[in-house]
Write a new protein. Structure first.
Lengths: 450, 450
């Protein structure tokens, strides 16, 4: 560590175990290992120096942004060095003409969006954590969000990257242009690789025109989850192009109501929140409300002001915090073809009932992306066996329905034991082969993602 | 070859040199090498058998779709076996509810689009060759097209792949869902890899809601290319969201007029063709026409019927055939940040003037993707030196403007000698490392793409 401290500018390296410990967790229940230290990088050169040192001394490196991950990719392991990027917060360039921005990895996602809005643009990807998560973390996990039903996930907004490899070499991938096919798509390979192939020190991202008018929102209550899922299918089939289409189950609504007293009706089993940001958002929202009514909604409310619209979406954004009040959370992230949404939700309910686990579910319903949150007792090192048994059932149901283990959170440490069920041995071989090309000493976030 | 003929069903293998020769060219001027034979695959099993044989005997394999490529990726090399996929034409599944299709690689792109339209859906990617090119070829090159200014390129519509590796192992990448982050993004890695990493035998692609109303189109004529480029910038900045935004230069218009007598005015130096497929396409088109007027258009015509709209786009679709009447074509494909479009076009004109080369240019202007076509004498084995000198200048100008060598055609054989200018040595190392993981014997399309 002395070499590393000497090689970096003053103040970059932390070795006090208590302070280091604050950089070792993400937002999962996972208990981190003991890191040997943490580097708070402020520049590409800091990252290069750190990785050269790690290569020389064969020290595993766990990169991290803000630590808001939900799968354990940023969880420290014993003997690792934490490489924190949250101090690299420069928006280096923002070009309204080219509709691109060049950013450092520590930029808070919502800050980039706000900077773009000044020019009539937006940065579309908006994971629920977008006010506290970083672009670098979003890139590492290929984060999704609420708006991705219309605008795509983080990878869809990423044009090019500057990356430091395990041995300290720097490369640039991709481009500043809207299109480009020179060589293999290394940009897409790094996005979602959870810090196992390289450390991203700069990203060129695509911005989009922000909608001219504020969005409008409809909230609809249903007596059954299946009715709500049918309304989702009807909204998509009608071509309404929602900019958000969120489903909240009874358990989650109850948790929110217990906390914030939103006036939940006894018969409500599900709420759908749909937003349009189109030029005719009022018409689109009215149309979505009608489709909810036709599919059995017991109550619909359409926003008549931007503030009301924000309040309706605000109910959805309370979900995670409301659940954390109930206990420790195992947050899952299965994604199924849209037509399988009702079956997936039934499977989640059945798994909860069978194993006696409280599961609170929200879904990015337009994408078929379902987040069942398994609640268990605070203070346990691991979720109890019956929680894992219920989660295992949910994973297997998702795969049987043609779905995937993780729509937007990543594999991290939490889902590695199920990976083979989805990916198969040939894919596993290729994963290992690619990993060895980029990181032959296996020092970048070992034990994660693949 | 006897072993291969015996291992495959009857009629799959061609060895007659004249017939084999018909499967050895793409749409470039490049002279193919002498192939030892061609397999016309009809199933995944045919591909597996072929690649196992090729691995055993160390025979290079050149995969091909319809041979409409513009960079030489499908050009046969001496001693290779051609593996043609154009007989695998099944649309295996088309799910309106999930908005996906599962297709074999030989499906003609426009056929898939038409099959989707029956259900109110569309397959968005539409390379100019979409009536004759295959999905497999589009995947191999990550083809773009006219509509990608609004809907993205082939990779943006690709969810998952079935691929046969060089050694005959079969893998499935990706998913059937809208989102998914399980493991590295192998799907994006195969898309655009020009047959060097594996042979795609099935693709799961994303469909989109087709616009409810027929599109409307505006054509505008300008006295200078810079004025036309300024109109492009104004249309994008105003948030008009064109579904096509195509620029045609004087030389191309002249070639079209000489052939089809479209009534070209003497002072016209450029034409812009912009289409809207939005619900308010008439309003959007009128707005784009006004922006053209404000930026110096000498004449604008707005379609008032779907047929007129198709006729205006038809002018653009004549461009390639009109140019082929002038001589042999070196078709280039640089892409620059949108704001650099006027400078890029000036650089093309300057290169043509300096080296005495006739260059006909069209551009997917909304993407900054410029296709300068260098015309030279029919019958030459290679473009003459002064044509390469002009092309070299164009490539270097694109890179200097922050652009890329190829927006949508791929590197193939044509652009390999410029690759290092854009990608650099670290990227080249990683390309070779990845190639070795997927194809350790280097039998898949050697000498192409990387």
């Amino acid at each position: 560590m002395k070499d590393l401290i000497a090689a970096l500018p003053p103040g970059r390296v932390i070795v006090d175990p208590d302070v280091v410990g604050t950089y070792t967790r993400d937002r999962t229940y996972l208990q981190p290992g003991q890191a040997v230290g943490a580097v708070l990088a402020e520049s590409r050169e800091d990252v290069v120096t750190t990785l050269r040192w790690a290569t020389e001394h064969r020290v595993p490196v766990v990169p991290r942004g803000a630590g808001t991950g939900l799968a354990g990719a940023a969880t420290a392991t014993d003997g690792c060095l934490v490489l924190a990027l949250h101090r690299m917060t420069a928006i280096t360039e923002l070009s309204p003409d080219d509709e691109i921005a060049v950013v450092q990895p520590g930029v808070i996602t919502a800050d980039l969006d706000r900077a773009a809005r000044v020019h009539g643009l937006m940065y579309a990807p908006d994971p629920s954590s977008y006010e506290i998560s970083t672009i670098g973390g979003n890139l590492a996990t290929n984060a999704g969000g609420l708006r991705c039903v219309k605008y795509g996930v983080t990878r869809d907004s990423t044009l090019g990257l500057e990356v430091v490899l395990a041995d300290g070499r720097v490369l640039n991938t991709g481009r500043r242009t809207m299109k480009g096919v020179t060589g293999y798509d290394l940009t897409s390979l790094f996005v979602g690789s959870e810090g196992t192939l390289g450390v991203i020190t700069e990203a060129t991202v695509r911005l989009r025109r922000a909608p001219a008018e504020p969005p409008a929102t409809v909230a609809a209550e249903f007596g059954s989850l299946r009715d709500a899922a049918a309304a989702v299918a009807a909204i998509i089939a009608a071509g309404c192009q929602p900019a958000m289409l969120e489903l909240i189950d009874r358990n989650t609504l109850q948790a929110i109501d217990d906390w914030k007293h939103i006036g939940l009706e006894p018969g409500t089993r599900a709420m759908l929140i749909a937003q349009s940001d189109a030029a005719d958002s009022a018409t689109a929202t009215a149309r979505m409300a009608k489709l909810c009514d036709e599919n059995g909604a017991s109550f619909t409310a359409v926003s008549s002001t931007p503030q009301e619209s924000a309040e309706l979406v605000g109910i959805r954004r309370l979900a995670y915090d409301a659940k954390e009040r109930l206990g420790a959370c195992l947050v899952e992230d299965v994604c199924v073809p849209r037509s399988a949404l009702p079956d997936m939700i039934s499977a989640v309910e059945a798994a909860g009932d069978r194993h006696g686990v409280l599961i609170c579910t929200v879904a990015h319903a337009g994408d078929g992306n379902v987040h069942p949150v398994f609640i268990f007792e605070h203070g346990l090192a691991e979720p109890p066996e019956h929680v894992w048994a219920a989660a295992d059932e949910v994973f297997r149901a998702a795969l049987a329905l043609g779905g995937t283990l993780t729509g937007e959170h990543g594999v991290g440490m939490l889902k590695r034991r199920w990976l083979a069920l989805e990916a198969g041995p040939v894919v596993a071989d290729l994963h290992q082969g690619i990993k060895a090309v980029f990181d032959p000493l296996n020092i970048l976030n070992p034990g994660k993602a693949i």
